[in-house]
Every structure is written in structure tokens, then in C-alpha cells.
Write a protein that binds this ligand. Structure first.
Ligand code: SAH
Ligand code: MG
Length: 198
């Protein structure tokens, strides 16, 4: 398992796959243990790195993870099988904005880590699948240090993307339903919980 994790780190570096930073996944694994998380929904599997580590945080955690890129999905499936996690991790090959999950299943933790420009859409869609005492964790809120400095960015594409992350942060700060804590860990994380337990 440890070897596989190292292999995945090498693969990600070689192929430019943006896997989560070590400190961030350590934070999430600790969160899973401390809050007795049993079910995780991940938006953006890539090659399964974070899904495998979340699933390994505790014996009884089940992870559903969604990926729209075929090559990464295949790589993710392969990695999940190789570490014998096929019973704990369910990999869905689809655009997360098109997925129709069963409305009866709610999750303890939702981890948003897919297209940064669509974070508000993911949040608004998937909050209905979060348990009353669950949390939504989002990654890459600093976006390599660009967030908060979008006015100084020259590349149009990058500027647009960073502005969307800045909008997402404002959306979380102003949110009437959720209370969010922001953490300066790795590439920036947030943890959002329902304001009033429903
Ligand atoms: N969570 C992973 C890294 C994910 S990188 C880890 O830390 O190990 C983000 C991934 O989200 C990419 O592989 C990308 O293909 C995928 N993605 C982006 N937008 C998506 C969408 N709308 N639906 C599903 N997957 C998406
Ligand atoms: Mg990330």
C-alpha cells in the first residue's frame, strides 16, 4: 500500500496530475477519524490518490468518487484494485454535474476537488446529499497563491479561474445555510457545516 502511494505520487508528478498535498490529505484523514466519518463523496478522483487515502483512514469508511476523464478514471480503477480497496471505493465515470445519485443516500463528508471554476455549482448540487451533521471540504482555495491577486494576473484564462475561486470563497463567507472555516494548509482548504442542524 505504501509503495503504491509512492508510485501514484511519481505518476502524478510525471503526468502532471494535480493530486492533493500531503498536509491537506493528512488533515482530511484526521477529520475522518475524529468525526467518525463513514461515508465520503468525492468530486474529482483523478487517479484515486486522495480516495485511497481517505478510505484507508479508518476500517469502516466507504468512498464514492466521481471522475469525468477516461484515462484518469481507468488509472483510478487500477489503483483501487491494486490496493484491494474495490469493496470500499466506488468509482463513477461521469461528469459530476450530470451524475444522478440516489436521493436516499446521504454522506458524512463531501470532498470537492474537481474543476475549480465550477465549485459553486458542485456545492449547490451536492449539499442535498450531505447529512445534517456532515461537512463539505473543498481543496485548492489558494490556487498556488494566486487567489486574492486576480487583479494582477495577465493570462485571461488563469485570471478567470482565480476570480471564480475568489467568488466561491465569498459565496462560502456569505452563505446563509453553511458556516465555513478556512485553513491555510497545503493549497488552502475549507470545511463547511450546516448552520442549523436540520
Ligand atoms: N482528488 C484528487 C485530485 C483531483 S484533480 C486527488 O487529490 O488525488 C481534479 C480532477 O477532477 C481531474 O482529474 C478532473 O478530470 C476531474 N474533474 C474536473 N471537473 C470534473 C467534473 N465536472 N466531473 C467529474 N470530474 C471532474
Ligand atoms: Mg486538489
Amino acid at each position: 500500500m505504501k509503495e503504491l502511494i509512492l508510485e501514484m505520487e511519481d505518476y502524478a508528478q510525471e503526468k502532471n496530475v494535480p493530486i492533493i498535498e500531503k498536509k491537506s490529505i493528512a488533515f482530511i484523514m484526521k477529520y475522518i477519524k475524529e468525526h467518525n466519518v463513514k461515508s465520503v463523496l468525492e468530486i474529482g478522483s483523478a487517479i484515486g490518490y486522495s480516495a485511497i487515502l481517505m478510505a484507508s483512514a479508518k476500517d469502516d469508511v466507504l468512498v464514492t468518487t466521481i471522475e469525468r476523464d477516461e484515462e484518469r478514471y481507468m488509472e483510478c480503477l487500477k489503483n483501487v484494485k491494486r490496493c484491494g480497496m474495490d469493496k470500499k471505493i466506488n468509482v463513477v465515470f461521469q461528469d459530476a454535474l450530470d451524475v444522478n445519485l440516489s436521493e436516499e443516500v446521504k454522506y458524512d463528508l463531501i470532498f470537492i476537488d474537481a474543476a475549480k471554476g465550477q465549485y459553486i455549482k458542485f456545492f449547490e448540487k451536492y449539499k442535498y446529499f450531505l447529512k445534517e451533521d456532515g461537512a463539505i471540504i473543498t481543496d485548492n482555495l489558494k490556487f498556488h497563491g494566486y487567489v486574492g491577486k486576480s487583479d494582477k494576473i495577465e493570462s485571461k484564462n488563469l485570471k478567470g479561474l482565480v476570480e471564480k475561486i475568489e467568488n466561491y470563497i465569498d459565496f462560502l463567507k456569505d452563505n446563509e445555510e453553511f458556516k465555513t472555516d478556512f485553513y491555510d494548509i497545503g493549497d488552502g482548504l475549507s470545511v463547511s457545516v450546516w448552520k442549523d442542524e436540520k
